[in-house]
Design a protein around this ligand. Structure first.
Ligand code: NAD
Ligand code: MG
Length: 376
């Protein structure tokens, strides 16, 4: 069973009077530095002078300095820069200014596990990785709670590395939700595997393949979009909240029978074998080597793939569709209208515009889709 920590296991006092340098003010840097500051800690943000983040950090009331300056004298240095630049920035600006005994902290184990960064023996190396995007970390904190997080210790020179990691977790509210102990290697490799195979790579490929299959068979792209992309969130919300059985209980029996009998034909034995190959490439460093090579030569491969993705049909169609539908109920009007007249729904945007974002091919279903469109 994983080791879990809560508020009472962490002591913010460990960080009182200490200088905390947060490098980066992006997704995680912004959220974490602002939460730590609001928790009463002494935080300075380290950035490139006058960049976009510099302006944003100032605007948000943060103390800001250039990376080298922020690192000088800091007791904790939180490296919340993009993974692909951490090695370079560490070498040129962090290492020469790093105080002996300071703790170097990460939100992802990549740079340490794949040796982009080599930390001197006389420093602590710790991780505190929120399991949520930065804006969610901040939002939960502002609501008086926090998102779950992971903590890990790679190097414990001071003897108090874990208590520092837990204090940081407390400072962003994470110990309210629960913090799990892991190792740098477990976090880094499982995180890469999850995003490649399930969360980012797997799910987008599944959505695109399903969408393309319907469109190729003459279905309207708008219908395919709702079936294969839009509704995905509703299903995921169900099993994220209550597990697979809660989801199966909530969909129709037809959906349950169809899903349970067909899913092994979608994720086949071959797919599972390929997942193993992908995990092996992560663990032996092949993936990290490939990604760092592309990142350091201008991300040529990634940009090309990104361009293709932006032009893909599901993306183009989706943009048009999302622009046509309301995504939330209109805000209640201030001067309360009498009940009798207030119930009128706003005219659907869809009726005013042309629906097709792309000329829809005429739908020519091979068979009449009467039975198979049984609703979820
Ligand atoms: P980001 O791209 O959102 O922000 C990076 C910040 O670093 C920006 O403020 C940018 O201006 C600054 N920066 C970039 N290059 C710089 C340089 N050379 N010198 C100084 N500043 C520079 O990054 P992020 O997504 O917050 O990721 C930070 C770390 O957090 C990574 O290790 C990532 O794996 C980890 N992480 C991210 C998330 C997430 O939700 N985005 C979740 C968990 C862990
Ligand atoms: Mg992750």
């Amino acid at each position: 069973m994983a080791k879990l920590y809560h508020d009472s296991d962490a002591d913010l006092g460990v960080l009182k009077g200490k200088k905390i340098a947060v490098l980066g003010f992006g997704s995680q840097g912004k959220a974490q530095s602002m939460c730590l500051k609001d928790s009463g800690l002494n935080v300075i943000v380290g950035l490139r002078k006058d960049g976009k983040s510099w302006v944003d950090a100032k605007k948000n009331g943060m103390k800001v300095a250039e990376v080298a300056e922020a690192v000088k004298g800091a007791d904790v240095v939180m490296v919340l820069l993009p993974d692909e630049v951490q090695g370079e920035v560490f070498k040129s600006q962090v290492a020469p200014n790093l105080k002996k005994g300071a703790a170097l902290e990460f939100a992802h184990g990549f740079s340490i596990v794949f040796k982009e960064i080599k930390v001197p023996k006389e420093n602590d190396v710790i991780m505190m990785a929120p399991k949520a995007p930065g804006p969610m970390v901040r939002e939960m904190y502002v609501q008086g709670f926090g998102t779950p997080a992971l903590v890990a210790v790679e190097q414990d020179h001071s003897g108090s590395a874990k208590s520092i990691a837990l204090a940081l977790a407390k400072g962003i509210g994470a110990t309210k939700a629960g913090v799990i102990e892991t190792t740098f290697t477990e976090e880094a490799t499982s995180d890469l595997f999850g995003e490649q195979v399930v969360l980012c790579g797997g799910v987008t490929a599944l959505v695109e393949a399903g969408f393309e299959t319907l469109v190729k068979n003459g279905y309207q792209p708008e219908i395919a979009y709702f079936e294969c992309l839009h509704e995905l969130k509703l299903i995921v919300d169900l099993f994220q909240k209550g597990g697979m059985m809660h989801m199966w209980d909530s969909v129709s029996n037809t959906a349950e029978y169809g899903g349970l009998t067909r899913r092994d034909r979608v994720i086949t034995k071959e797919t599972r074998e390929e997942m193993q190959v992908i995990l092996d490439e992560i663990r032996d460093g092949k993936f990290a080597e490939e990604w760092m090579k592309d990142a350091k030569s201008g991300m040529k491969k990634m940009k090309k793939l990104e361009e293709a993705e932006a032009k893909s049909r599901v993306e183009v169609v989706g943009k048009g569709i999302r622009a046509l539908f309301e995504t939330k109920a209109p805000a209640a009007k201030k001067p309360a209208v009498k009940k009798k007249t207030a119930a009128k729904a706003p005219a659907k945007k869809a009726s005013a515009k042309k629906v097709a974002a792309e000329p829809a091919k005429k739908a020519v279903p091979k068979k009449k889709p009467t039975k198979k469109t049984a609703k979820k």
